[in-house]
Design a protein. Structure first.
Length: 163
């Protein structure tokens, strides 16, 4: 996937991204009583350009809210899986986890880390952050922290400490 397509998908609104996905709705499984068992509120989204990218959610009673959460999960999946090199520094590296720009910043951050072989010191420098500030940035997203440490281990580097 090209950087332009990845970035377009990560910046898309729910409506724009929905138009590029196949939407499926079904009954959610698990606890929840009569409401969960009688309505098709669970949502699954599959990216039409690449059907390997799919996400689902059934945490809410609302189909609309579950669709929105599934689209957010899809954006995170794209950000985690699609690397575009050479890397560009994140426009706002310290963006809040819930902010609409976070998936794009996450993708850029992972691009920088990949290009620098997951060297946190070099990556911090390229992002214009101190090493401790960069580690704090990584630590706040548990899934990102795990991915970085796994990648570092695969490259023969030590795991970063959580505190």
């Amino acid at each position: 996937m090209e950087r332009s397509l990845r970035d377009l998908l990560l910046q898309a609104t729910d409506e724009e991204l929905s138009a590029r996905c196949r939407l499926e709705f079904c009954r959610g499984s698990g606890n929840g009583g009569q409401k969960r068992n009688k309505t098709s509120s669970a949502a699954r989204v599959v990216l039409l350009e690449d059907e390997n990218f799919a996400a689902e959610d059934c945490s809410e009673r609302s189909q609309h809210r579950n669709r929105s959460c599934a689209l957010w999960k899809l954006k995170r999946l794209i950000a985690f899986e699609v690397r575009c090199l050479p890397a560009l520094a994140p426009p706002r590296p310290e963006c809040a986890l819930e902010h609409e720009e976070y998936p794009l910043n996450l993708a850029y951050l992972l691009d920088v880390l990949e290009e620098q072989q997951y060297d946190h010191k070099k990556s911090a420098e390229l992002c214009g952050l101190s090493t401790s500030g960069f580690l704090k940035l990584l630590r706040r997203d548990e899934e990102l922290w795990t991915k970085v440490n796994t990648a570092r281990e695969l490259r023969g580097s030590y795991k970063l400490k959580a505190n």
